[in-house]
Ligand binder design. Sequence first.
Ligand SMILES: *Cc1c(COP(=O)(O)O)cnc(C)c1O
Length: 374
Amino acid sequence: MTEPRIYFSAPNVDESDVKLVAETIRNGWIAPVGPELKLFEQQLIQQFGYPNLVLLNSGTSALHMAVKLAGIKPGDKVLVGSFTFISAANAVRYEGGVPVFMDSESATWNLDPDLLEQYLIKHSGTGNMPEAVIVTHIFGRPALICDIVAICDKFGIKLIEDAAEAVGSEYQGQTLGTFGDYGVISFNGNKLITTGGGGAIICKNSGDAEKVRFWSDQSKAQSAQYLHLELGYNYRLSNVLAGLGLSQLAKFDAFLKRKEAVHNYYLTELRSLDWLEPTSALSGSNHWTNPFLIKQEYLESINPDFIVQKLEEANIEARRFWRPLHLQPIYANTEFVGGGICENLFERGFCLPSGTALDSTQQERVVKALTDLR
Ligand SMILES: *Cc1c(COP(=O)(O)O)cnc(C)c1O
């Protein structure tokens, strides 16, 4: 008999979520406007200390708005950390920008500040400078963000933080998504808190937030005349989904604690596996997921595809790492700066089920499936 499926990052919803969504529907604001949207925005700002925040219908929409706010025009170059999900590069393309992919450093696996600085020194004054940088906090792991901020400031280029996976992660006590000119978070079904689909942009400047409200509502001029002077988008979040966001946010602290417990359990239980690279401590992560690396010398016999397949046989959903963007067929002809760091992570890495609803029996099953491998 097969055991019940263990999902990679199942949403954690209970009756309190159902109740609040039902109340939201009953109060009649079944639209991309309404009191729950306002309240969800206010509570996010209060809880995480975001300066300004606009809810949108996805993290990808938020990245697009950030690229637009950064003033990216057709042909403009944007440096993008290669080790991330596809959204960041696509958002650059939506505005006609040209992504240039950059390798990771090996400590946090995120965009390497040394490479960034070298690149900007090399291109400074050439008329071929990038206009912006997009750095992702991959798997919730904080990038070396203070170094990156300092470099962007020095060269006067805009910084966008993709904190889609990093809600509640911190760097030196400061919430991720608040370091750059613009930050992006996501409430997709697999993220730490979910609205089923949704996201937000964080802006340092309130004028920028107002621009996003305008663009995301079809750039409708303030009149009953349906007057449009600029290209607009329908990117607003539904008030019904904001209701779900509110009930999820109320459980955020408990979710974060659960993520940490799941993480610590894996670390303890998997420590003795000889083929697994010891995981070095990384402070500030929300442990959105649990990434592991296979030791280089074991790759001949154990690789990430093998692990995903073996866990699948036990009805457990594990995942490979994000395929670096410079290895994506759609971006095959795009410039890449760096060496083999993120390619090597991709060749050796896999992520284990990490949902906050994962219980200890399920986690034991995951650990057993891995220890049984050899
Ligand atoms: C989930 C995710 C996104 C996109 O968010 P959506 O809300 O799914 O559009 C962007 N970047 C990263 C790193 C993500 O994990």
